[in-house]
Structure formats: C-alpha cells, structure tokens
Design a protein around this ligand. Sequence first.
Ligand code: ZN
Ligand code: ZN
Length: 363
Amino acid sequence: MSPLNIVATKFAGNGVGKVRRIAVAVVIGLSLVVGAAAFYVLGTRHGQDLALERAAAGIFARGVPAEYDGLRVFVCGSGSPLPGRAQACIAVTAGESLYLVDSGAGSPAVMQLHGQPMAHLRAVLLTHLHTDHITGIPDMNLASGVMGRGDPLLILGPAGVDRVVRGYNEVLALDRGFRVAHHGIHLLAPELGVMHAETAEPGIVVEENGLVITAFAVNHEPITPAYGYRFDYRGRSVVVSGDTVVTDNLEAQARGADLLLHDVLSMRIVGTMQAAATALGAYRPAKIFSDIPTYHAHAVELGPVAERTGVRMLAVYHFVPPPGNYLMERIYRHDLPDGTVLTRDGTEFKLPAGSNAIHVAHP
Ligand SMILES: [Zn+2]
Ligand SMILES: [Zn+2]
C-alpha cells in the first residue's frame, strides 16, 4: 500500500470511529432522557396509574393457560427445611391438567407470582409427610379455589395422608366460613374448600387423557412409606424422586426417562457445617447435620445414577442446603456431572410431544 493510501485509510478509519463515538453518545444521551422522563412520569399519579394498569393486565393474561402439546414442568419449590428457597414443590402440566408433587412452605407464592394455571389444579401428590412437603397445602387449596378450581382438591399420598388432610380441613373450617361471609357463596363454595384424601399404593395412581402417573417406593428411612412419581404423556416422561437416597427402584423407574428431577445433598457443605457446629459446642445443629446425610442422595452419587438410567437430562432440586451464593453453587457443580440443571424457584422445563427436545428456562 502506498503512503498516500495508508494516510487515506487512516483518515477513513478515524471517520468511522468518530461516527461510532457520536452514535454511542446519542444512544447514551437518549437513554438518559428516556430514563429521566420515566422517572418523572412514575412520580406523577397519572403515570403511576398507567403503569399499574399495564402491570395488572399482564398478571391476569399470564393466568390463562397457553395450549401446549407436551409436558411442562415448573419448579415451584427447589428448597428443603434449610432456609433460602421455597420448599419442595414440582408442578407438572399435561394438556389442561395441573398436578403438584408436594407443596412445601413458600411454594403457593411461587406458583402465583409466575402465573401458573391454578384453576386447573387436579391433585397434590405427596411423596411423604415431612413438613417441607405439606405446609403449602392450605394456601395452594385457597389460591386454586379463588382462581376457579371446579372440584374439591384431591390430596393423594402414602399412608397417613388422610390424617393430614383431616387435620387441615379442621384447621381451615373457620377460614372457609369467613371467606364465604366476605366474598359470597358463589365465589368460594365451601364444599370446594374441603380437601379429599386418597391413600396411594405403588403403581398407577392417575390415568386421564393420555397422562399416566405412577407412584413408586423410594428409600427415605425412617420415613416409610415414601414415594417418587413418574409422569408419562404423549411419549415424554418425567420422574420426580421426592426425598430418597439412591435406590435401585428409582433407577428402574427412571430408566430411559426424558427428565429426572432428583433431590440432592452436598456432603461437603453439610459435613463442614457439622464440624463447625461441633467445634463450637452447638449440639442441636451438629446433631441435625450428622443425621440428614443418611436419607438424601449425595451430589457425587447422581452422575452415576444418570449414567446407569440413561436419562436425557438430570436436574436437581430439594437442595440440602440451598445454594445461597456463588461458592455454594460451584461446590454443587463440582460434584455433579456436566449438563446437570441446578433448578431455582421458577425454573421451567418444556418437553414437546413428538420430539426429544427439553427446553429449560430460568426466571
Ligand atoms: Zn424434604
Ligand atoms: Zn423428607
């Protein structure tokens, strides 16, 4: 290139750079003006009302279930009794029917905040009767009733479920009366607020419109019986472990499934907390942290489970403890196989019929 061409290119380059700088300055300037205008408008009553109207319309539009040909899995609670997340809850939608596997504390709020189709709730399938799997039931019953559930809510689970449901129905008897007194009998018919219990045995527990739900025994001793659930719909399959150590029976049920959602315990974190509590003479937490590793699956054990079962995707939930920061998440990832989905409250999986795809979206 001649010296003249080099100079010309340099000037042309400077010209492009100048235009780019001006464009960036204009974009930043416009953003500041728009931001300042929005800040001003949202400070006025009229601006606030407009924003509120838009937000409210968005919330109710979300409550309408979209037609979807396949299985949808929504994580309404990824946590455990240790604090940090909503407690155990997995929502599975097939066609127009919504089923929950467990409903721990905080899970009704996650369902409502994410606009899940509560009116279509058909049943809550309990894996076992620990508090972190059942304490969301009253609010789930009320919220689905308010949204228009047409039948009494069915609570299906292992032996003892009738006692839990009888207790909740009695606890909520006064509330049912208060709701009718305030909102009228047509909005919240009291008979739709009384939950029904059904004791399940291992085997098929639901069969409707192509959806088959199978309960199977897992090992969460000394809590017996404890179940996991498998969903099959239009050629797609999802297995939810509930609380369990790694067991042959779960692996048999999960063989070849599309998606396995398994509970998970980090022995590195729990062991470190147990040692710290012991060193400080904190007997109670030390005792808890020494007990819980015996009845949950350890993170390092789940890679081999995924390999042996050949599941298309492994996802973990019911974190013991929930990863509350970057370090804890990295510790879990270190012990789990590449590609494992670490769920959050609000994670959604879509499994379209007639496909092998699994689409994952985090909130
Ligand atoms: Zn649990
Ligand atoms: Zn449990």
